[in-house]
Design a protein around this ligand. Structure first.
Ligand SMILES: [Zn+2]
Length: 454
C-alpha cells in the first residue's frame, strides 16, 4: 500500500474552507486526512515530505489545452503535453478537440485516454467537439462522447456560427449535465485579424481584430444560454465588453462561467511589437484598458477560472525564420513591409502556457489582487466543477491529486528547458515568483522540482 505524508504545509482547500498549517495524508491514491501537525501517523514505508513554507493545495486543473495528438507530433504529443502539465503543477488538463482527426468520435476519445494512461503523469480529460469535424454543421453524438469519457464540449479554435446547431448542442449537452465551452468570434468582424484593433496593428501595418468580434458573439450566445438553460463557459475572455455581458447575464440568472488566460492578463497588445509571432494569438492581446478590466474582474470574482489555452507550435508554423529580422525582443518592431505583414497574418495563433501559468498567476497573489484561496479556486476547484470531475478538493476519500507550491520560488523562464515540445512563449527571460515543486497524481509523485535544478 503506497502512502505519502505531506508535513506542515499551508494547506489551502477552499471547498472545505481550510487555510492553515496541517499535515495531509494520502494512502493508496486517496486522501485520508487533513489533520493538525503531528496528529496523523504515517504508515510504515510512507513517503514523508516536509512541506514547510509551501502551500499544499488540491491538484491544479487546466480546462483549456491543445495537446496536438493525434495529428501534430512535431508540436506536441499527449506524453510531452502531460509532462509539461505536471511540471507546471497541473494534475489534470482538458484536451481540446481540434486534433487530426478531430475528437468527435468515441474512438479518438479512447485513443487520447489510452495515451494518457501510458504516460503515467498528469490526467487527461477529453473535450468533445460540438460539431462533426469542427465544421459547424452537424451535431456530434454527445451521449456517446460522454460515455467514452468526454467531460466538456467545445469546437475551440472555431466558433459555432449556426444558431440552430448551437442551440441544439446547448440543449443536448445540458440534458447530459455537462457544460459547453465557447470560442467567441464573429469571423465576419474579426476578418482573420492578426493584432488587436488599435495603435499596434496600425503601427505594424497588419490586419486588425476588434473587440466587437468577440463581444458580439458573447452577446448572442448568452442570449441562447438563457433561452436553453444551458451551462455555458466563455473561453479566453479578452475584452471589457465581454466581461460586462457576462456580468449582466449572471445577474439575470444565466449559468455562465468564464476563463482568462495568463497571457491576456499579463500582457497587452504592445507585447506584439517585441515578441512578434510569439505574441500572436486568437483572441489577440488587447489594449491596456481591457487588461485593466480583466484585473478588476479577477479581483471582484467575475472571472471563475485561469486556463492557459496552451497552444504549442513549431517555428515553421510561426514563420519565425522569415520574420526574425523584424522582431527583436529588446526593441519595438518597425512597420512591416507588405510581404511580412502577410506572413505575420498567416502565422499560427497561440502560445504555450502550461509551464508558466502558475508563476504568472502567482503575481496576482503577490500583488494582493486576490488571496491564495481564491487562486486555488480559480486553478483547481472551479475547473473541477466545470469539468464535473471528482477533483479540486482535499476531502477524505477524494483522489490524492495534490500540488505543492513554493510561493517564493524565484525563477526565470527558460523555454529551452520546457517539457513541452514547443517554445512559442512571450515570457522567455521573465522572472517569476512561485512554482510547483511537487505534483502528485493518484498519490504518486509525477513531478519533483525540489532540487531547483531539475
Ligand atoms: Zn479558442
Amino acid at each position: 500500500m503506497k502512502s505519502i505524508l505531506l508535513r506542515g504545509g499551508r494547506v489551502i482547500d477552499p471547498a472545505n474552507r481550510i487555510d492553515g498549517t496541517f499535515d495531509v495524508l494520502a494512502i493508496d491514491g486517496k486522501i485520508v486526512s487533513v489533520a493538525p501537525r503531528g496528529a496523523s501517523a504515517a504508515p510504515d514505508g510512507a513517503a514523508i515530505v516536509d512541506a514547510g513554507r509551501c502551500w499544499v493545495v488540491p491538484g491544479l486543473i487546466d480546462v483549456h489545452v491543445h495537446l496536438r495528438d493525434p495529428g501534430f507530433p512535431r508540436k506536441e504529443t499527449i506524453q510531452t503535453g502531460l509532462r509539461a502539465a505536471a511540471a507546471g503543477g497541473f494534475t489534470a488538463v482538458a484536451a481540446m478537440a481540434n486534433t487530426k482527426p478531430v475528437n468527435d468520435s468515441p474512438e479518438i476519445t479512447g485513443y487520447m485516454l489510452d495515451r494518457a494512461r501510458e504516460a503515467r503523469t498528469a490526467r487527461l480529460v477529453p473535450v468533445s467537439a460540438v460539431t462533426r469535424n469542427l465544421e459547424g454543421r452537424e451535431n456530434v453524438d454527445y451521449r456517446a462522447m460522454a460515455k467514452a469519457g468526454a467531460r466538456l464540449f467545445s469546437d475551440d479554435g472555431m466558433p459555432v456560427d449556426d444558431e440552430n446547431v448551437l442551440a441544439r448542442a446547448m440543449r443536448e449537452i445540458a440534458a447530459l449535465g455537462y457544460a459547453i465551452s465557447l470560442h467567441e468570434e464573429d469571423r465576419g468582424l474579426s476578418c482573420n485579424g492578426a493584432v488587436n484593433a488599435g495603435t499596434v496593428a496600425a503601427r505594424l501595418g497588419v490586419t486588425a481584430y476588434p473587440n466587437i468580434a468577440e463581444a458580439a458573439r458573447v452577446r448572442r450566445d448568452l442570449a441562447l444560454a438563457q433561452e436553453t438553460g444551458a451551462a455555458v463557459h466563455i473561453a479566453h475572455v479578452s475584452t471589457r465588453e465581454s466581461l460586462d455581458l457576462v456580468r449582466e447575464a449572471r445577474r439575470r440568472g444565466a449559468h455562465v462561467t468564464c476563463e482568462v488566460t495568463p497571457h491576456h492578463m499579463a500582457l497587452d497588445e504592445s507585447a506584439v511589437l517585441r515578441w512578434g509571432p510569439n505574441a500572436k494569438m486568437n483572441p489577440p492581446l488587447r489594449a491596456a484598458h481591457d487588461v485593466a478590466a480583466l484585473h478588476d474582474a479577477i479581483a471582484d470574482g467575475l472571472i471563475d477560472i485561469i486556463a492557459t489555452d496552451h497552444a504549442p507550435h513549431d517555428p515553421e508554423s510561426k514563420h519565425l525564420g522569415q520574420l526574425a529580422g523584424f522582431f527583436d525582443t529588446r526593441e519595438a518592431a518597425p512597420r512591416l513591409p507588405a510581404h511580412a505583414a502577410g506572413l505575420f497574418a498567416d502565422c499560427a495563433n497561440g502560445v504555450v502556457g502550461l509551464e508558466t501559468s502558475l508563476g504568472l498567476a502567482m503575481d496576482l497573489v503577490h500583488r494582493s489582487l486576490i488571496g491564495a484561496p481564491r487562486l486555488v479556486e480559480m486553478m483547481s476547484l472551479n475547473p473541477a466543477r466545470l469539468l464535473r470531475i471528482d477533483a479540486g478538493t482535499l476531502t477524505a476519500g477524494a483522489p490524492a491529486d495534490i500540488t505543492v507550491i513554493d510561493p517564493n520560488f524565484d525563477w526565470t523562464v527558460e523555454p529551452e528547458r520546457f517539457r513541452s515540445k514547443s517554445r512559442n512563449t512571450p515570457f522567455a527571460g521573465v522572472r517569476l515568483l512561485g512554482k510547483a515543486i511537487l505534483t502528485i497524481v493518484d498519490g504518486e509523485i509525477v513531478y519533483d522540482g525540489r532540487s531547483g535544478d531539475e
